[in-house]
Design a protein. Structure first.
Length: 75
């Protein structure tokens, strides 16, 4: 991980602070999370931020072994 110093205006810093409280993360973790979603949104303009968040959550659940693949033949 790389350490950088950035300047944020007060309004943006307040929004990240609020996000960190809602998501139970530290400020840096919330900033990384919001930046990741923002960059993915720029790369995938057809998806909403909520859809991107859901995809990231599903990916994490799958990597943690909490999701089983759906077998369409069983339906």
């Amino acid at each position: 991980m790389v350490r950088k110093t950035i300047l944020l205006n007060n309004d943006l810093a307040d929004q990240i602070t609020l996000l960190s409280r809602k998501e139970d993360r530290d400020f840096s973790g919330s900033l990384r999370y919001a930046l990741r979603i923002g960059l993915l949104a720029l790369q995938n303009p057809e998806l909403t931020a909520g859809e991107i968040r859901d995809i990231l959550e599903a990916k994490a659940e799958m990597e943690a072994g909490q999701i089983e693949e759906l077998n369409l033949e069983d339906l």
